[in-house]
Design a binder for this molecule. Structure first.
Ligand code: HOZ
Length: 416
């Protein structure tokens, strides 16, 4: 396997040390192949909002598996999950299930181009929409972690159709729209960015994007692969009160199994085959095991009225503790947090976009990461990824994390 991994950031290249190989996970904890236990803030990069191996999800998967693992035909489970999503996210009038977030964004892009008859897209520096050719330009996540401006293998003509704007800067979008008038099919955005670390879009910025897109007949596409069903029951659209034309999902919608989905306005979605001419298909799309894990996860989120207040409480407690520890150690830092998504940046200035995120001292982050790992706390091995808290994280887990961070910040401060 290239780099010994199946996804680049897992190789620990930017933080040093040997990557973890995981044997098992339960609740807030993971155990590696050597038997070391860690409190986990990666949560499989987002899906495990209930914690690992939640019995409701596991039992349902087992029951479904006994009736077959893949049909390549329709099943009731797809309808159940589709209805669930439609109810939680009102802008979703129709939905198509796929197998990953990458697949969802690539498909949404093709659809947006077909619907508008335009070729260009606008995305934001530091946002990551999976590894589709058109999105690998000034992208976040592993692309930012390894400092790659773009990727070889993407043709110049494809790259030329992707325009990058500055996150939280409406004027930068307006300028691109003016310069490419009548050519922009869609604006893609992570409304809570998780792939340059956690960075929140300002409410008025999102509303400004909505108004601009409506006025210019451009589709506004929210990539809610990370923040969907996480920052609120109805995701970022509920949190900010701004609807997207199309939305992409992944992670929580699959409850830890490989799922993605894209959906939105019925008049746009009707263009997908076989209703319309835009082709997109998949052998494992709507897979019964994946649908089951998604349904059970969304059900657990939906049925617990305290779900999001409890996550917020945990997040606030951890943020307070980390901030106090960093201040006491005298480490320059910023903590960005939206509910259960957060990032500690090693920088003095507020982090609102990719440029300010990149001001963070990644050497200090690496030192912090290694100290935390040694203390039994597993963080994303990159400054440019968000941490995730689950409802399974206990007060004791959070306090142990704060204690470990206190030691880590002291080490970082000493070595500056
Ligand atoms: N790019 C993913 C998160 N932003 C990482 C996926 C993985 O390594 O599993």
């Amino acid at each position: 396997m290239p780099g010994g991994v199946n996804s680049p950031v897992r190789a620990f290249r930017s933080v040093g040390g040997a990557p973890l190989y995981i044997k098992s996970a339960l609740g807030s904890k993971m155990v590696d192949a050597d038997g070391n236990e860690f409190i986990d803030y990666v949560g499989s990069w987002g899906p495990m909002i209930l914690g690992h191996a939640d019995p409701r999800v596991i039992d349902a998967i087992k029951r479904t598996a006994e009736n077959g693992t893949s049909f390549g035909a329709n099943s009731e489970l797809e309808i159940e999950l589709a209805k669930f999503v439609k109810r939680l996210v009102p802008s979703i009038e129709m939905i198509r299930m796929v197998n990953s977030g990458t697949e969802a964004t690539m498909s949404a892009m093709r659809l947006a181009r077909a619907f508008t008859g335009r070729n260009k897209i606008i995305k934001f520096e530091g946002c990551y929409h999976g590894h589709g050719d058109s999105f690998l330009s000034k992208a976040g996540s592993g692309v930012a972690t390894f400092g790659l401006p773009d990727s070889p293998g993407v043709t110049p003509t494809t790259a030329a159709d992707t325009l990058n704007a500055v996150y939280n800067d409406l004027a930068s979008v307006q300028k691109l729209v003016q310069q490419n008038h009548g050519e922009i099919a869609a604006v893609f955005i992570e409304p809570v960015a998780g792939n340059m670390g956690c960075v929140q879009a300002r409410r008025e910025f999102l509303q400004g994007l909505r108004d601009l897109c409506t006025a210019e007949n451009i589709l506004l596409i929210f990539d809610e692969v990370m923040c969907g069903f996480r920052v609120a029951r109805g995701g970022a659209q509920e949190l900010y009160g701004t609807d997207a034309d199309l939305t992409t999902f992944g992670k929580i919608i699959g409850g830890g199994l490989p799922v993605g989905a894209y959906g939105g306005r019925g008049d746009i979605m009707e263009m997908i085959a076989p209703s319309g001419p835009v082709y997109q298909a998949g052998t494992l799309s709507g897979n019964p095991l994946a649908m089951t894990a998604g349904i059970e996860t969304l059900r657990a989120i939906d049925e617990d009225t305290d779900f999001f207040s409890s996550l917020e409480e945990k997040g606030a407690h951890l943020e307070r503790g980390l901030r106090d520890a960093a201040l006491e150690a005298g480490v320059e830092h910023q903590i960005n947090r939206v509910g259960s998504m957060f990032t500690v940046f090693f920088t003095r200035k507020e982090v609102t976009d990719f440029t300010s995120a990149k001001m963070s001292d990644t050497e200090k982050f690496a030192e912090y990461f290694r100290h935390m790992l040694q203390s039994g706390i597993y963080l994303p091995p990159s400054q440019f990824e968000a941490c995730f808290i689950s409802v399974a994280h206990t007060r004791e887990d959070l306090d142990r994390t704060i204690e470990a961070a206190s030691g880590a910040f002291t080490t970082v401060a000493k070595n500056k």
